[in-house]
Design a protein around this ligand. Sequence first.
Ligand code: NAD
Length: 484
Amino acid sequence: MKYAEVQNCIGGAFVSPDAPLLDVHDPSSGRLISRVPLSSRREVDAAVIAAQAAFPAWSGTPIKERVQVLYRYKALLEKHIDELSALVTEENGKIASEARAEVLKSAELTEFACSLPQIVTGEVLEVSRGVECRVERFPVGIVAAITPFNFPNMVPNWSIPNAIALGNCMILKPSELVPLSARRIVELLLEAGLPPGVLQVVHGGRDAVEAICDHPGIAAVSFVGSTKVAQIVYRRATSSLKRCLALGGAKNHLIVMPDAAKEMTSSNVVASMSGCAGQRCMAASVMVAVSKTDDIIERMVEHAKKIVPGKDIGPVISAGAKERIEKYIAEAEAAGAKVLVDGRRAVVKGKENGYFIGPTIIDHVTPDMRIAQEEVFGPVLVIIRAKDIDEALKIENASPYGNAASVFTESGGTARYVMEHASAGMVGVNVGVPVPREPFSFGGWNDSKFGVGDITGRGSIEFWSQAKKMTTKWNKEAGANWMS
Ligand code: NAD
């Protein structure tokens, strides 16, 4: 085992809980690399106590001082980028360039948090003679973030920098499939000067998540993961009167019009469906090919066939995920769909036990097929044919998800029409992965997000803080205005 057993971090100290352990595997080889504790209520209780002890001093520190820690943390992310991205590759499987991009994104997220003092300056107005109303933002208290396997470094950094910059103390519950990056995140924050207790890490699965949702000492929970679990967490956390923002799964539709630029469109669509082995909530999943787009599809097939498993595309997360994805492909094929590129028999020399699937493109899928409706979360793109833009939008709108949608076209009018009518929180025009960059916020619609606000950027400020509205009068006037 390359790494020692993963430990929780409570009050700045790394501790091994008395908890059952789960094996952690490198998905590219299947080998055991570490073990992670499956914490329970007891560990969550200890984390809350440590966070409560740190909260008065941290929340009482001016925001301009708090973000000094994050300036140093950003520099440390950049200094250690090779090591951090290698760790992501090892536990998640994504290729080196993708892992590096993930850590760079963490640095950008931290950069936004560093700018919060300039953004949350509050408001003030003289509302009647000598009477002033002002609004200041205060932290929510002890908060938690629960994260998925697909971005072990970036998704924790969606929540941590903004939440702590705004004065909260936090408990991170990383995915038990990828627990290693979390240790380095908290170590670097401590090295950057974060006071012990401002961030705890509690490892585990369902029990730890349920304990977080139920804990009366936790005021807010952010969740990122599948829709099924997002719904469970949202219901459970809000029923114990917490604020909750739960991001779920996705089924992203890319609408390709016949006038789309052939080379750019074909390469972007393939990059979107195959990047990070399709394990991105922003990945292309359905291509709605409008009218005559066969030349673009042919070019996509050429691009996809050039992608080499193990070099250009990493494995999926587990043997179970590989099996599930291959089952979707087989079922679609049996239902009459045509597999244009088949990634099922991918073998990587020297890594025969890795969970590899090559890019897979399936044409003539119909909207009623399971593969057209459910999240596959692998490097699989299905093509549904549509006669015009309205039929394409009808297909996109029918999906219960609503994370991202894109249109590829050279027509401004068509682009605007899709921007208005797509039922998704993030829409792209000629962009395969329309992730908004800071200061814009990340968040979907429909079954891809439960709760109000977004998880990053300006949209997260309301979630991680609360406004205090203050009314003052110091002019000694005797008369009272009935309004103030
Ligand atoms: P997951 O839902 O299985 O797990 C997410 C978290 O929930 C993990 O920390 C896990 O320990 C915990 N968990 C799992 N089962 C639970 C249960 N029954 N009760 C309580 N907690 C439970 O998701 P995953 O497989 O780790 O990640 C992939 C999913 O995340 C995909 O559906 C993907 O679309 C989604 N995702 C969404 C976004 C977004 O922004 N919308 C971003 C990244 C990933």
